[in-house]
Design a protein around this ligand. Structure first.
Ligand code: PEP
Ligand code: MN
Length: 336
């Protein structure tokens, strides 16, 4: 397998002669047309001959051999960190981006109250689920489109961009009409039809790590999105299944620096779903930042005892204020 990176000004003819050679040699080309340039993934085992042939073609900037199954996601393909801009908020690179909000949008008063707190605390993006992937069909499933409207209202009032989950390939377009970032949840991390759909839109996607995905499987999920043309992918470690039962999941801290070695994509951490316990959210959030996370996603609620989902892991407003202060100090200390 190899990656053919075309020059910025490569012509359609340049591209088709690469495709022709690749096909003649019996390989399958995967064309990905980015905003700036076209990249062609070449699937197959034998490298030597075809690499030489392609390298000399007009319009080819470089040919990168890779043994990894993910290509567009890899640092081999793109060395610089990907930085995504969402309504003026930078994600990735040298900034630390904080996302906070309730697990679910419950009603207008609740989301507006929390949104004001999230803004006041100095966080950058508001989260809130409208379509909830619940373990039980009897649990609150989210407000649906009404929840999206309330998120848009909260954005209007606070200026905060909003992120919300999409669970159904048929609803990608609808969610994209309201959300600034679309979230793919852990349970849908390997829902390839959904990944393909969000790969076709031009809004950033946050892809949570599946609770049973190893890192290679996880990065392949991101590859699905990028292979469909959407390069604005944000990764998020949110804990994986282990034998431990005292926490909801087990935060895989080492995944954060490891993914950053393997990939150019921004890596977030979600200490709320990773631990499932309010008291563990601040320390694990700090650990994730210390490990190099580009941002955090944190659940917060004014009345967690009445929350319609994930109350046990929601921190209180005053805890959010303190956590943001601590994180600022920590990130200054480690990032200089
Ligand atoms: C969420 O962020 O609301 C959520 C359901 O998270 P996860 O998919 O990581 O469980
Ligand atoms: Mn939740």
């Amino acid at each position: 397998m190899m990656i053919v990176v075309m020059e910025k000004n490569a012509s359609i003819q340049n591209i088709s002669s690469v495709l022709q050679i690749v096909e003649e040699c019996g390989f399958t080309p995967h064309v990905s047309k980015g905003e700036e340039r076209t990249v062609i993934g070449v699937m197959g085992d034998e490298r030597g001959l075809i690499t030489e042939k392609v390298q000399t073609l007009k319009g080819v900037e470089k040919v990168i051999p890779t043994s990894k199954p993910y290509k567009l996601v890899s640092r081999e393909w793109k060395q610089e960190n990907t930085v995504i801009n969402v309504r003026g908020v930078a994600i990735g690179g040298s900034t630390l981006t904080l996302i906070a909000g309730p697990c679910s949008v419950e009603n207008e008063e609740q989301i507006l109250e929390i949104a004001a707190t999230v803004k006041e605390a100095g966080c950058h993006i508001l989260r809130g689920g409208a379509f909830k992937p619940r373990t039980s069909p009897y649990s609150f499933q989210g407000l649906g489109e009404q929840g999206l409207e309330l998120l848009a209202l909260a954005r209007e009032k606070t200026g905060l961009p909003v992120i919300t989950e999409v669970v159904n390939p048929n609803q990608v377009e609808l969610v994209a009409q309201y959300a600034d970032i679309l979230q793919i949840g852990a349970r849908n991390s390997q829902n390839f039809a959904l990944l393909q759909e969000v790969g076709k839109i031009n809004k950033p996607v946050m892809l949570k790590r599946g609770m049973m995905s190893n890192l290679e499987e996880y990065l392949m999920c991101a590859e699905y999105i990028m292979a469909n043309g959407n390069y604005d992918v944000i990764l998020c470690e949110r804990g994986i299944r282990t034998f431990e039962t005292y926490t909801r999941n087990t935060m895989d801290i080492s995944a954060i620096p490891l993914i950053k070695q393997l990939s150019h994509l921004p890596v977030f951490a979600d200490p709320s779903h990773a631990t499932g316990k309010r008291s563990l959210v601040p320390p694990v959030a700090k650990a994730a930042v210390a490990a190099g996370a580009d941002g955090l996603m944190i659940e917060v609620h004014h009345h967690p005892e009445n929350a319609l989902s994930d109350g046990a892991q929601a921190i209180l407003p005053n805890e959010l204020y303190k956590l943001v202060r601590d994180i600022r100090a920590l990130s200054d200390a480690i990032r200089r």
